[in-house]
Write a protein that binds this ligand. Sequence first.
Ligand SMILES: O=C(O)CCC(=O)C(=O)O
Ligand SMILES: [Fe+2]
Length: 344
Amino acid sequence: MEVRVENGGSYEVGKSGWDGTIISDDLADSLEFPVIDFSFLAKGGEDEVQKLQKLHLACKDWGFFQVINHGVKEEILEKIKAAVAAFFELPFQEKKKYAMAENETEGYGQNFVVSEHQKHDWSGMIYLLTLHSQNRNFKFWPLSLPGFKEALEEYSREMQKLAEELQANFSVLMGLKRDGLKRLQGGGLKQGIRMNYYPICSRPDLVLECSPHSDGTSFTLLLQDDDVTGLQIKHNEAWVPVKPIPNSLVVNIGDATEVIYIYVTYEFDFKLRTYVDFLFFGVQMQSNGMYKSIEHRAIINEKKPRISIATFMFPDDEQEIGPVETMIDDQNHPKLYRNIKYVD
Ligand SMILES: O=C(O)CCC(=O)C(=O)O
Ligand SMILES: [Fe+2]
């Protein structure tokens, strides 16, 4: 059985999608997906590594965790969800005005999901660069939608504060001062926000909406609908559903990469082989592989549409970054990645 996903001009043809055991919701509960109480982390000092043990294990063993008590007001979360819902409710002709152009990463894109039995609804996403503010490209912003710009700007500011606090905690875990990773990166994190809309689907077993991927970021903060489970992460070779905790945010470690070199060669057995050389920039790289960027995907729900809002944090460019010295130990943890500049 095949599922075809059309995305703008191109499409992928995949297998039926389900390519691994899916853990049931009950079993997932017993696996204790990490929940981090942010009020314990906020403003933590360099001498408080012990307090961060839970965060360390979450990043090392799962690459994902949910953050509660993060301090972002519920009304700000509700406002952005409502603004995103209002955008996706606009007629297609209106949304199309913000369409992603060829070779651009920003703007509105839609997936037309087709199974072998029936046509399904449109699903879509809109991706906007939000910080640094000079990177904003307002031609992709639905400025005529009342309240959208204000809601997104406010949400973006709150995510930045939270991301900086998380980065400070990652610094301490890597044996640095709170501002260690920021200094090594030569400045603040850049930010882009991807808003996803997943329509109802009567045969969710046939459709996999957001295909398996890992995030090419430093790290990501995800806000999802409180009452629809859609996100699944790969853990011990199984897909584990992440049941939303109301008003929480999901954080995951990223692996921003860039292909630097592709070469094709004839091997001694006269077979043509292709090699790809990657550069890595995310927290996975800075932690010298201790913290992992994990594959995840989202599935469509039978009864309720779902919105998710992913805030992608990127290293600032222009500055050479590499694995943090304290994470390298020639004997047990030799340096896995080269130092490099991030250029997007
Ligand atoms: O919708 C989700 O839960 C996942 C979205 C996601 O992984 C992404 O936008 O990168
Ligand atoms: Fe993702």
